[in-house]
Design a protein around this ligand. Structure first.
Ligand code: ZN
Length: 488
């Protein structure tokens, strides 16, 4: 069994072979921090979080680097317009770095809620100005860049491989060039490596060419190779940034060093809203904060994983409701297992069931080995849950080791790999100890309520149930006793 990934650079599925055995270096283009995160961010970062989780599950030591852009990203995504952060900061009348802190915290808050494991390194371009200047100098020295008026531009004509990732040819860009071509550029496709800071541009640093700031693409070239080496294994990001951003990253890194930049390009597809492209500029962006108020964070995570990372994810309330029902199929099967575990006996695992669990693990791994096919991996867990329900509702006693092995499999595949909190107890920020404590406390209250019911003190029994419900814990009475789950 070998992991294969769809490499956007070659447009083929390839067997994954890391540069250093047993280790993976992965860089994913991070967000530009000037507003709260939206559903598009959930798609990218939940997808790559799951990829990183699976690589770790498969035994790799992973170093995950994801930048936080705090300077240099201009409003037209290329070399023109205002710096997105400066524009928003002046509108809000705050310091640019104050704005960055606010939205960086907000971003991590939302990602934590979605159970996205934080990257090992979250570098910011404002802290890597020296390295970015060095890259510009290396390109000048090798004749791949030129200086005009305090700005440095990459000379695409000097590097014939320009366009190899996006498939765009330089000639096409000449024909389709924008009306207002920057007169400083020798070729319309040339892009800024360093830009001169015009009056009033306060995010600026001294350089050999005067006061300026780095071009947006330079940060990813510099920070990826600084922390992962060159070439490194995987570069991830959203397909919408393949051009010019990712294309320019490759050009700068390879032209300056004569080394390949990275071996595998994994790019995820976009999120649409009821069939239409979603975007901040289109005015239909759905903010995660707002969504998290109405929906359980795990439902949102499950929704993202229900489609493949390379497919378009169509967002809609109905699709989200379907994700909620899908998640419920997994959580209720696991709840049944946990429930029976409380009174289970025996110390022998059922041999047939053990074989079955191994087969499910095999199918799950096969799906994930096939370019991280999360919808198929989830389908495997649905099949498992169906069998679990049949077995546990059969009335036959199921031994403790059998139940423990089943619960552990959900924990590994659904929890560790897919990042879903299936036991419903480990809420945001809660540790496993907290989860155990929470379960203990709720079980105690269920016991007190049961005593009240036996004493026909219905008012007290109802008051316990209602108070718990107010706190987001709902109780369900069934033939096998009372179960609880978090209802928000
Ligand atoms: Zn990037």
């Amino acid at each position: 069994m070998a992991l294969t990934v769809y490499n956007y650079l070659t447009r083929r599925k390839e067997e994954f072979k890391p540069v250093h055995e047993g280790q993976v270096g992965i860089y994913v283009c991070g967000p530009t921090i000037y507003d709260h995160a939206h559903v598009g961010h959930a798609k990218v970062y939940v997808s790559f979080d799951t990829i990183v989780r699976y690589l770790r599950y498969a035994g790799y030591k992973v170093r995950y680097v994801q930048n936080i852009t705090d300077v240099g990203h201009l409003t037209d995504d290329a070399d023109e317009g205002e710096d997105k952060i400066l524009a928003r900061a002046s509108r809000d009348r705050v310091e640019p770095m104050e704005l960055v802190e606010t939205y960086m915290r907000s971003y991590f808050e939302d990602m934590d809620a979605l159970n996205v494991v934080r990257p090992n390194i979250s570098p910011r371009p404002s802290c890597h100005i020296t390295e970015q200047i060095q890259l510009a100098e290396a390109l000048l020295e090798k004749g791949h860049a030129y200086e005009v008026n305090g700005s440095i531009y990459f000379d695409v004509a000097s590097w014939p491989e320009y366009g190899k990732l996006s498939g765009r040819r330089v000639e096409d860009q000449e024909e389709g060039a924008r009306v207002a071509i920057n007169p400083d550029k020798r070729h319309p496709a040339d892009f800024a490596v360093w830009k001169k800071a015009e009056g009033g541009h306060i995010l600026r640093w001294p350089s050999p060419w005067g006061w300026g700031y780095p071009g947006w693409h330079v940060e990813c070239s510099v920070m990826a190779t600084k922390y992962l080496g060159q070439p490194f294994d995987i570069h991830g990001g959203g397909l919408e940034n393949v051009f010019p951003h990712n294309e320019c990253e490759i050009a700068q890194s390879e032209a300056s060093s004569d080394e390949p930049f990275c071996n595998y390009w994994l790019l995820n597809n976009m999120v649409t809203v009821e069939g239409t492209k979603m975007g901040k500029s289109l005015g239909n962006a759905i903010y995660l904060k707002e969504l998290l108020e109405r929906h359980d964070a795990m439902t949102i995570r499950f929704f993202v994983l229900s489609s493949h990372y390379r497919s378009v994810t169509d967002f809609g309330e109905e699709a989200l409701a379907a994700a909620g029902r899908g998640l419920e199929r997994l959580t209720s099967a696991l709840a049944l297992v946990r429930d029976q575990l409380r009174s289970a006996e025996g110390d022998q695992a059922d041999a047939d069931w053990t074989v079955k669990l191994d087969a499910y693990r095999g199918r799950f791994e096969e799906a994930m080995d096939d370019d991280f096919n999360t919808p198929r991996a989830i389908a495997t867990l649905f099949d498992l849950s169906r069998e679990v329900n049949t077995l546990l509702n059969s009335g036959q006693p199921v031994s403790r080791p059998t139940l423990e092995a089943t619960s552990a499999l959900y924990g590994e595949l659904g929890g560790d790999v897919l990042g879903l909190r299936l036991d419903g107890t480990a809420a945001e920020g809660a540790s496993l100890t907290d989860a155990g404590l929470l379960d203990g406390l709720v079980q105690m209250l269920i016991g007190v309520r049961e005593e009240a019911r036996q004493a026909r003190d219905w008012a007290k029994a109802d008051a316990i149930r209602d108070r718990l419900l107010e706190m987001g814990v709902s109780l369900e009475d069934g033939p096998q006793g009372t179960r609880w789950r978090l209802s928000r």
